[in-house]
Design a protein around this ligand. Structure first.
Ligand code: AMP
Length: 170
């Protein structure tokens, strides 16, 4: 199945000059959703991963399904102020200004092997912040998996230690 055929490109969203890769049209297709999770999960089956970390919000949809498929737990990384328990915060730079992500400070036990999942690897700032949260809690980062990697933005350069996997490249 050609997953790219089901991804919709929306120019100038959320702001002028951004080409948005809209995966809602892929996920609403039963075969497309299944093939997406098959391909995102396959490198990680039987690798002893304890937990999948999904980044809000599309990382929740993909990460939850990958966790089920590989027999791991699921841990959310959220926008600030959303988690009910005590949380660690990591700020990161955006094109204009900064943003931040949070994870429960007790979400990962020391030495647990985790996989970070998100829909798109663009500049890498979001994933790098997620990786810092993992190391701050003593988790062992096995890898990072993305449905889409925007190669021209070279986000991998911001993710030095982790092995990065992407299903689709543009
Ligand atoms: P970055 O921190 O630049 O790697 O951006 C990654 C985050 O922004 C991911 O959580 C994506 O969901 C979102 N994102 C960035 N660029 C795009 C894009 N062109 N289309 C869809 N989502 C994007």
């Amino acid at each position: 199945m050609d997953l790219k055929q089901h991804i919709r490109h929306i120019p100038d969203f959320p702001k002028a000059g951004i080409l948005f890769y809209d995966i809602t049209t892929l996920l609403s297709n039963p075969d497309g959703f299944k093939a997406t999770i098959d391909r995102l999960s396959s490198p990680y089956i039987g690798k002893g991963i304890d937990a999948v970390i999904g980044i809000e919000s599309r990382g929740f949809i993909l990460g939850g399904a990958v966790a089920q498929r590989i027999g791991a737990g699921f841990i959310p990384i959220r926008k600030p102020g959303k988690l009910p328990g005590k949380a660690l915060k990591q700020s990161y730079a955006l094109e204009y200004g900064t943003d931040a992500l949070e994870m429960h400070e007790d979400a990962i036990e020391k030495g647990q092997r985790v996989l970070i999942v998100d829909d798109v690897l663009a500049t890498g700032g979001t994933a790098a912040a997620a990786a810092k949260l993992v190391s701050a809690t003593g988790g062992e980062l096995h890898g990072m998996a993305f449905l889409i990697e925007l190669l021209f933005l070279n986000g991998k350069a911001k993710l030095p230690d982790a092995s990065v996997f992407s299903v689709l490249q543009y």
